[in-house]
Structures are given as structure tokens and as C-alpha cells.
Design a protein around this ligand. Structure first.
Ligand code: ADP
Length: 424
């Protein structure tokens, strides 16, 4: 029996998409993440699909167009409910993109009301009386205050969202949330009747997320961080649409050699590279070495060939301390340096897969994007989490690959060893 697609999600960035997909898997939904809008219909039986866009900081009109295209594709796959996923720090500006995208999705769905709730209490993102807290601090006092692209200087989400949409923005305060799904549904109906299009909803713990999830049962569109997704699978289960799945995170076993590619220079990745260097062959990829990116990849390949032949996992890294990165950027230009390193990792990944590597751990958001693109990966089935927010995934193409794509600052110091051990 093929399963109907229950939840279709549109995420405004890649690692955010993975975070949401991981949450859905944990809550018992078989989930696939696509990289951009796929060119073909879905061929896996999944309960949920998360389309990963890169629409967080592009012009609002482009974000709207891409989100509507993703919506069209998800509806063509039969999605029953749509989820617009943004960051748990509500990353946006007065120009968008949360308000304009949510408005456009509402219109396209013929709906007039949705919620807005970035809360993710496990990661200490909570909303109280419409104010977003990051740990103990208001959003506007957190480091997000000085984010280079989306500086968040107002913690009052009702005000923030009202600047992004001509429609009315309301608030569902915590006392209502605490009274449970029935009270929430009644409040949603009351607000919608008053002409409110977007209701910011308080949430300070997982019980709140479960109640909000249950209350969203009949909404065509939910807009939220990944937290609210915790409470949605129960609706499909109660309606008899989602069997109890204990194997939602189970992935096929993938035979073949394993490699780690690190193109992130973030602090967590630097520690992870140091840890793996002690026990495995570790080859630095020097952006200042002569030759094309392909030549850099060839040189690295030559140094790992023996390990590959012996099926010993190895590491290739461009990871460097800030001073070294600055030297490279001074010599090549920041963007040229990034493009060169990304192209080298893309070429190396292709070469490794050609030679039998089937398990790849990639550190760095941009680096992972470059590798996935070089390998022509369109979608990933989401498996068990290695560390919070970073699951093993499998990509199906000409060959089946196991991929762990880690954003730079994620993961414990022994992340690489832990990832590899999980696949044994
Ligand atoms: P993170 O997730 O830590 O931000 P990314 O892969 O997204 O990691 O970004 C790191 C960027 O830095 C990439 O564009 C990568 O190509 C570039 N880069 C990696 N190593 C170096 C280096 N040694 N010098 C200069 N740039 C580098």
C-alpha cells in the first residue's frame, strides 16, 4: 500500500529543513528532505516531505515565488497540510520574508488564518506574551541583535510580524495555551472571526507545543520553527492516517567505504577535526596550493588512496584557524576562496564516490551544499540523529549513499567518530 503524503513543509534554509525533518522522524513520520524543488514526483513512500529552499535572506518577491512553487509541487504530491518552517529566532527583516511568504501561502491555499510560533523550548527558544526569548535573554538582547543579515532588535513578535504584513496580527497568550487544544481552537476561531490573519502563539515547554500541534489539526497552513512539528503527527494518528511507526528513522544499510570532508572553519568543527586527526589519516586541503580546484582534489585523493583501498575511514579538511582563513581570503578574496574550496570538495566527493565511497560525513553548511550539488543529490531520506539536528540520511540516485551533513557549529567533539560508529 502506498501511503498518502500527510505533511508538506517548506523550509527557508537547508539546515533548518533537516532540523524539522529530524523532528518529524522522531515523532514517527517517515520523512524525506528535498534540496530545492524536485524536478520529478516523489518516488518514496513518505508521510512528510520537507522542501529545503534558501529563501531566508533573498528578496521577498523571490522568496514568495520560490515558496509558491514549492507549495505547488507539494500539493501535486497530495500533501494534506502545509508547514512553513523558519528559524527559531524568527530571522527576518521588516521587508520579510516571513510575513510575505505566509500571506502568499494563505492566499494560494484559500485560507485566511494561520499561527506563527518559532518556539523550540528544548533549544531554549520560548515565546511568552508574544516575546521571544533566547535562553534567559530577550531576542533583542541576544547575539541575534547583531546578526549580519537579519539583526533582530525587537523581541515582540506581534510587532515584528505586523511590520511584514498588511494583515492583522494577533496574540494567543500562554494562559489560553495552558488550557489545552480545545481552548486554543476556540481562540483561533475567535481571532479569525475578528479578522486576524496571523496569531503569534506563546509556548514555553513541550506540553505547550503538543497542545498547539493538536489545535492546528484543521489549519491548511501552519507557520512555525521546528518545535510545533512535535505536536502534528498525533493529529494524523488520531485520524487513522498515520500508523504507529517504530521504524520511521530506520535507513537501509549502505555497504562501502566511509570518508569525512570538513570545509567548515567553525569552532566546533575545528575541535572535531583535531579529534579525528589523532586516530585517522587526515589530509589538509590548502586553498593556496597551485592549480585548479580539481588539482587540489586530485592531490588530496592521492594521499587517501591507500586508506580507501583498505576501507579505512579518513578525513580531508580545509578547516583552519581564523588567522589562516584571513590569510587565504587576503590572497584570493573572500568569495573566490570559498568558491575554490567548495569546488575542490565537490570534485573530491565525486571522485570518492566513483571509487567506492558510500558513506560521507560533510562538515559545513555551504560545503555540504556544494557536495550535494556535485553529487547530483535531489532528496534525502532522514534517519536517526547523530547529535541534535544532524541525522544520518540516505540519498538515492545511481548509487545509494549515506550522508551526514553537519552545519559548522553543530555536534560534539567526537562527532566524526560517533557518526562512523553508527553505521557499523
Ligand atoms: P559553516 O557551516 O561552519 O559556516 P560552511 O561550509 O558553511 O561552514 O562555510 C565555510 C566557508 O569557508 C565555505 O565557503 C568554505 O569553502 C570556506 N573555507 C573553508 N576552508 C577555508 C580556508 N581554509 N580558507 C578560506 N575559506 C575556507
Amino acid at each position: 500500500m502506498t501511503t498518502p503524503l500527510l505533511l508538506g513543509a517548506i523550509a527557508d534554509d537547508f539546515t533548518g529543513a533537516t532540523d524539522l525533518a529530524s523532528m518529524l522522524v522522531r515523532a514517527g513520520m517517515r520523512t524525506v528532505q528535498t534540496i530545492g524543488i524536485p524536478s520529478r514526483p516523489l518516488d518514496d513512500a513518505s508521510d512528510a516531505v520537507v522542501v529545503a529552499l534558501k529563501s531566508r535572506t533573498i528578496p521577498a518577491a523571490d522568496a514568495v515565488a520560490q515558496s509558491l512553487a514549492a507549495l505547488g509541487w507539494l500539493r501535486a504530491q497530495g500533501a494534506r497540510q502545509i508547514y512553513f518552517k523558519y528559524c527559531s529566532t524568527f530571522d527576518s527583516t521588516d521587508a520579510g520574508n516571513i510575513g510575505p511568504v505566509a500571506d502568499a501561502l494563505l492566499d494560494a491555499l484559500g485560507a485566511t488564518f494561520t499561527i506563527a510560533c518559532p518556539a523550540f523550548p528544548t533549544n531554549r527558544r520560548t515565546v511568552y506574551l508574544g516575546h521571544l526569548f533566547v535562553g534567559d535573554a530577550l531576542l533583542s538582547d541576544s547575539p541575534m541583535r547583531d546578526h549580519p543579515l537579519t539583526p533582530m532588535r525587537d523581541a515582540n513578535l506581534v510587532r515584528v510580524l505586523a511590520r511584514q504584513t498588511p494583515r492583522r496580527v494577533g496574540l494567543v497568550a500562554h494562559d489560553t495555551v495552558a488550557r489545552g487544544a480545545g481552548a486554543l481552537r476556540a481562540e483561533f476561531a475567535r481571532l479569525a472571526g475578528d479578522g486576524v490573519a496571523h496569531a503569534v502563539v506563546d509556548a514555553i515547554d513541550d506540553d505547550d507545543l503538543m497542545a498547539i500541534g493538536a489545535a492546528c489539526r484543521d489549519l491548511a497552513l501552519v507557520t512555525a520553527g521546528s518545535g510545533v512539528a512535535l505536536g502534528l503527527p498525533q493529529n494524523f494518528r488520531a485520524a487513522g492516517q498515520l500508523p504507529l511507526r517504530r521504524d520511521a528513522a530506520q535507513l537501509p544499510s549502505v555497504p562501502g567505504a566511509a570518508a569525512v570532508l570538513a570545509g567548515s572553519c567553525s569552532a566546533a568543527t575545528r575541535r572535531q577535526v583535531d579529534a579525528m586527526r589523532r586516530t585517522h589519516t587526515a589530509v589538509p586541503l590548502d586553498p593556496l596550493a597551485a592549480g585548479s580546484p580539481e588539482a587540489l582534489a586530485d592531490a588530496a585523493f592521492g594521499q587517501v588512496a591507500a586508506d580507501l583501498a583498505a576501507s579505512r575511514p579518513f578525513l580531508v579538511y580545509s578547516t583552519a584557524e581564523p588567522e589562516a582563513v584571513a590569510r587565504v581570503q587576503d590572497a584570493l578574496g573572500r568569495e573566490q576562496a570559498a568558491a575554490r574550496v567548495e569546488a575542490a570538495f565537490g570534485a573530491l566527493a565525486r571522485r570518492l564516490v566513483d571509487r567506492g565511497v558510500r558513506k560521507l560525513v560533510v562538515a559545513g553548511g555551504e560545503t555540504a551544499g556544494a557536495v550535494v550539488q556535485a553529487l547530483g543529490v535531489e532528496s534525502l531520506a532522514i534517519g536517526p540523529a547523530i547529535d541534535p539536528g544532524v541525522p544520518w540520511t540516505t540519498a538515492r540516485g545511481r548509487t545509494t549513499l549515506a550522508l551526514a551533513l553537519k552545519s559548522g557549529n553543530f555536534g560534539s567533539d567526537d562527532f566524526f567518530a560517533k557518526s562512523l560508529a553508527m553505521l557499523r
